[in-house]
Structures are given as C-alpha cells and as structure tokens.
Design a protein around this ligand. Structure first.
Ligand code: F6R
Length: 366
C-alpha cells in the first residue's frame, strides 16, 4: 500500500510528478497557449469582470492560497486577498455579489473553511472550491470548482495535495490571463510549455534526496529553524516551516526574508539553522544580502539554489539544487527539498511522520 516506501509521506512526496501531471491533464494545451478548466467554463464572463478575489483556507491550503495571490495578481491582474477561514468568518467581512470567494481544502471538510464559504454564499458572493476529495462537503456547496486530482493523501502532513493546489491556482491565474488578455498568446505558450515540464523537473529535484538526508543528519538536534524567502518563495518558506514543525516537533518559523531584520535576526547565532530559498529569480541579489546578514552572525545557512549556482555556494554552509524554471513555477519546485528535509529530520528524531501527535487529517471541529 505504501508502494515500496517506508511511509505514506515519502510515497506521496515521490508521487508528485504524477499527481501534478494528473492535475494538468486535459487542462493545458501548451502549443496553443490555452488553458481549459471545465469546472469554471460557465463563469468565464464573471472571471473576466471580477474586481476582487478572496481566498479562504487553513494551514497548508492557506499557504497555497498565498502562492495563488502572487500568481493571480501577476498574470490575471485581479486583486486577491488571502484569509484564514477562521478569522474571516468571525469578523463580519465585507463581501457582496460582486466578489468571488475561493475555498482551498484538501479534505473538503474543514469546518472553518466550510463556514467561511457559507457566510460568503449568504452574502451573495460567487463561491468556488479547490478540493482534492471528490464529492466532499465543500465541493457540494460551491457554485463551481476545480479538483486537484492528487489522489488520496494518507500522510497527515500535506505534500502532494499542496503542490496540486498550487498547480490548480497556477492554471486559474493563467486562465484569467487568457480570458482577460493580460498575458500575450506567445507568453502563454512559453509559460504553459514550461509548466508542462514541471513534473520532469520535480523528478530531477527528487534526485537530491541522499544529499538532503545528509543535511538532515547535521541538523536533527536543532531546537529552532528559520525559513526565509521572498515573493512567491515566502509562502514556500511558511510551508517548509510548517512541515518541519508538525512532523519533527522542532520549532520553526517562516518569514519573508526582508522581515528578518525587523526582529528574527535577534535569534541568529551559531545554533540557528536558516533555510533560504535563494534561486536565480527577481530577488536573487536581495536574498544574497540576507544570507550575508545571517553568516555575519554565525547562523548556519542551508540554501535552495538554482542548478549550477556558484555565488550562493560560496556563502552557504549547505546547498540543495533545484532545476532552473520560470519564477511562476518556483513554488512547485522549491517545496520538494523542504518536504524531504522535514521528512528525514522527523525520521531521525524517531517521530511518527505519517501520524504526528495531536494532528488529524481532517479538522472538522472549529
Ligand atoms: C498541514 C496540513 C494542515 C491542513 C489544514 C487544512 O500539513 O495538512 O495544515 O492543510 O488542516 O486542511 P484542508 O486542506 O483539508 O482544508
């Protein structure tokens, strides 16, 4: 049942090339530069004229929502707000018929997310769902939606469901761009051609597993961890920290790299491992100066870098390479080594990676 792996989590991490392919199947036509989302077809006109999108979710799904915010704003040019479902529902939010509220939920059963959607529906908003479990409560009450098709996720820590959620949000961002014409046809062709290759690139990223295991051995006894990234790598940092804390019980925090100097820098000493997402994208140089700030205080730097990088390698204590990709798809690749790092550290600490203490796969209490 674990397909030759010791744990469901590892099986599910390794399934990602396949689950992402399944998620994109029949939805992208790279040569034509076209995205087709059957579930949203009737809402094309609505999406063309929408003024604002509100995403509601909890936990890992909320992190996917944050990645979605970057992508939808960048490509679809629609303002997006991402809310914790539990906060949104209790504060008399301002929503109307003009709004589109999208719930993201692997299980489709999370009580707070469900309640946030019901509230939005009562206020007349259009409601969409991005869910993994077919026929769950959330997809049953939404006006429309897109399934992630990641297949059953057994490990309590979400892995393949997260990358499938990010894939769906990428498709939605490009679909809105296509409908509104905010991205040229030729650019859509380039982007979709590259997106189509992401499963193969994830395959390559997974090949660094042994190195990641070696790094995990060095840091398994750490008391704290910081994860830093900028742009769409910031939610990836949050997700890396959440994975580590939930399965290894090491205290970890994710931050936008630039926020480090506004507080967390005080924590840095030789005992503090800091994981940077330092790939060759728009904020590369800025991230490099953040790495220097950590090194100047003797922090231990583990950097996720673009294959062939030499500059970060000179500064970081450890580097993990991921293949070069367009910045739009960086979250899909950069997440992989962080999942593996959390897995190996948890295992080395003797933790139950598939069923961490105090956690349930689906949170149906408020
Ligand atoms: C973390 C994790 C949780 C869930 C959260 C929402 O690995 O799995 O944070 O993401 O409980 O669950 P869903 O997506 O089912 O609504």
């Amino acid at each position: 049942e674990k397909g030759g792996f010791d744990h469901f989590m590892m099986k599910e991490i390794y399934e990602q090339p396949r689950s992402i392919r399944d998620c994109m199947r029949g939805r992208i036509y790279p040569q034509q530069g076209r995205v087709q989302l059957g579930g949203l077809k009737e809402y094309a006109e609505k999406l063309k004229n929408i003024d604002r999108i509100i995403i509601v979710a909890c936990g890992t799904s909320w992190h996917a929502g944050l990645v979605g915010e970057y992508l939808i704003e960048e490509y679809g040019r629609v303002p997006v707000e991402v809310e914790y479902a539990s906060e949104f529902r209790y504060r008399n939010p301002i929503i109307s018929e003009k709004d589109l509220v999208i719930a993201i939920s692997q299980s489709g059963e999370t009580a707070d997310t469900m309640a946030a959607l019901e509230l939005a529906k009562d206020k007349g908003a259009t409601i969409f769902g991005i869910c993994n479990v077919v026929g769950a409560s959330i997809p049953r009450i939404t006006d429309a939606g897109v399934y992630t098709h990641a297949g059953p996720e057994i490990g309590v820590a979400s892995t393949k469901a997260f990358t499938a959620q990010v894939t769906v949000l990428t498709l939605i961002a490009l679909y809105i761009a296509q409908i509104k014409g905010t991205v040229s046809q030729s650019k859509l062709i380039t982007l979709l051609t590259e997106l189509n290759e992401i499963p193969d690139l994830i395959e390559q990223a997974l090949k660094h597993n042994e190195e990641i295991k070696t790094i995990a051995a060095k840091f398994k006894d750490a008391r704290n961890f910081l994860f830093l990234g900028r742009g769409s790598a910031f939610p990836v940092a949050l997700e890396g920290a959440l994975k580590l804390k939930e399965i290894s019980y090491i205290h970890a925090e994710g931050y936008p790299a630039a926020e480090m100097k506004h507080g967390p820098i005080a924590l840095i000493d030789e005992e503090m491992p800091v994981v940077f997402i330092a790939t060759k994208h728009s904020s590369y140089e800025k991230v490099i100066s953040n790495i220097q700030e950590v090194k100047a205080r003797r922090g231990q730097v583990i950097a996720i870098v673009t294959e062939g990088d030499t500059e970060v390698k000179k500064m970081a204590d450890y580097v993990i390479e991921i293949p070069q990709t367009d910045e739009a798809f960086l979250p899909l690749l950069a997440t992989i080594p962080l999942q593996l790092l959390a897995y190996h550290i948890a295992l080395m600490r003797g933790c139950n990676v598939d069923q961490p203490r105090n956690l349930a796969k689906s949170v149906t209490v408020e």
